[in-house]
Design a protein around this ligand. Structure first.
Ligand code: GTP
Ligand code: MG
Length: 417
């Protein structure tokens, strides 16, 4: 036995990945993700710790046993010592998106957006929101279709995604929310408005085509947003499929697949045969577990518009992703300088629902104006409060506009005739 992946060991020892990372942190062993490998002597040490703990307390892991592994000297004091040692992924290039974010989101050290572990633990977990990006025709919709087990691609005019859709998949690993975007448009517009709606980006690359311009763009977007990426090499069923070329091409972007010693998760799949799709879902869940995604269904509502459109029969429809809190039919919502009262809500399967909690995409009937992708949605106590909020926003906007005009005039004066 030699190097072992963290999640493999966690599985073997029947430990939660989060717990495994805690132990590693306690030992001062550095890693980039749960898919990083650890050295044999560290593995032995962890087994020892787990055996000593038995079913037990788990309070003791920050104390490393006397025989610290050779590659983790002196760092086993349990505080957030700069992660040294652990040459598990030696020449691995750093710039993978995962590598930029702190790998140990679940661990006790580090994230400043986390109030404290104690208060955080009271907030329930939420389902991950996954966006799928990639070059035209590489199979994004087909892959989602396979997951959803319905035929969305066949329903779309010309097989091209016409609008942003979102759906919830019930997998053996729990609920996963997927956003289907035309190319990466929605992702870009949403992000341009400062809202990060996706927790994980799947970059679909056709095995017979490898990296294309929109693939590179998609990767750049995911990196800029610091959203962890998982690569799905699609169309593996084709005789001309060449996954090795895809992996080599990725390496040239400094994205090094796991099997080449890096941390990039690459999953070969076929949207046609379903090969590898279960693995993909498993990697998504693993990643979500690592990110420790939580949201309070009892908190103040916050959401983002995924899509807005006019339906000939129903009128204005908006797909909104609930991020915090819970939406109810009858709630007043404010988007930009518009408001609406929720007359009806449907889930992504088209069923009527009365309320929707975090990480739920809902289609809302009740806005008078079509909201734009990426706009933030907030709720108001009643119609009066909604109007007040809009009035404040409108006046703020006019002030900004006036200030801009003023600045321009002053500039012109300074420049003289
Ligand atoms: P856009 O929405 O236009 O960007 O395309 P897309 O990435 O959503 O691709 P789409 O799912 O529409 O698939 C494009 C074509 O590739 C279709 O003809 C699919 O049938 C085909 N295709 C998708 N996945 C696979 C696959 O795994 N194997 C094979 N053989 N064909 C596939
Ligand atoms: Mg599509």
């Amino acid at each position: 036995m030699s190097k072992v992946r963290i999640y493999t060991l966690a599985k073997e020892l029947n430990l939660e990945n989060a717990r495994m990372l805690e132990i590693l942190d306690g030992l001062g062993v550095s890693y980039k993700s749960v898919s990083s490998t650890i050295e044999e002597d560290t593995v032995e040490l962890i087994k020892q710790i787990v055996a000593e703990e038995g079913t037990g307390s788990g309070d003791e892991v920050t104390q490393a046993p006397a025989a610290a592994p050779a590659d983790a000297p002196d760092t086993a004091k349990g505080d957030a010592a700069p992660q040294a040692s652990q040459p598990a992924a030696p020449a691995a290039a750093q710039p993978a998106a995962q590598a930029q974010a702190p790998a140990s989101a679940t661990a006790t050290q580090g994230r400043d957006d986390v109030v404290s572990d104690a208060s955080k633990a009271e907030i329930p977990h939420r389902a991950p929101v996954v966006t799928i990006m990639g070059h035209v025709d590489h199979g994004k919709t087909s892959l989602l279709d396979y997951i959803r087990k319905t035929k969305v691609a066949a329903k779309e005019a010309g097989g091209i995604t016409q609008h942003v859709g979102a759906f919830e998949a019930q997998t053996s690993k729990g609920r996963i929310v997927f956003i289907d975007t035309p190319g990466h448009e929605a992702f870009t517009t949403i992000r341009a408005r400062g809202a990060n709606v996706a927790d994980i980006a799947i970059i679909v690359i056709a095995a017979d085509d490898s990296l294309m311009p929109q693939t590179r763009e998609a990767i750049a977007h995911a990196q800029a947003a610091k959203v962890p990426m998982i690569i799905a090499i699609n169309k593996m069923d084709l005789p001309q499929a060449n996954p090795d070329k895809v992996k080599t091409d990725l390496t040239q972007l400094n994205l090094v697949p796991e099997e080449y010693g890096g941390d990039l998760i690459v999953v070969p799949v076929s949207a046609k045969t379903g090969e590898g799709v279960e693995d993909l879902l498993e990697y998504i869940s693993l990643n979500a577990e690592l990110e420790d995604l939580r949201a309070d269904p009892k908190g103040t509502f916050a959401g983002v518009v995924i899509e807005g459109r006019v339906d000939k029969q129903s009128g204005v429809l908006a797909t909104v992703m609930v991020q915090e809190g819970t939406l109810h039919v009858g709630d007043f919502l404010v988007v930009g300088e518009n408001y609406g009262k929720i007359k009806a809500m449907t889930d992504s399967a088209g069923g009527r629902i009365k309320e929707a909690g975090p990480s739920t995409p809902v289609q809302i009937l009740g806005f008078s104006e079509v909201p734009t992708s990426g706009e933030k949605v907030s709720s108001a106590k009643n119609e009066h409060a909604a109007r007040d909020l809009i009035a404040t926003r409108a006046s703020d906007r006019r002030d900004t506009e006036n200030a801009q005009v003023q600045r321009k005039l002053t500039l012109e004066e300074m420049m003289g005739p």
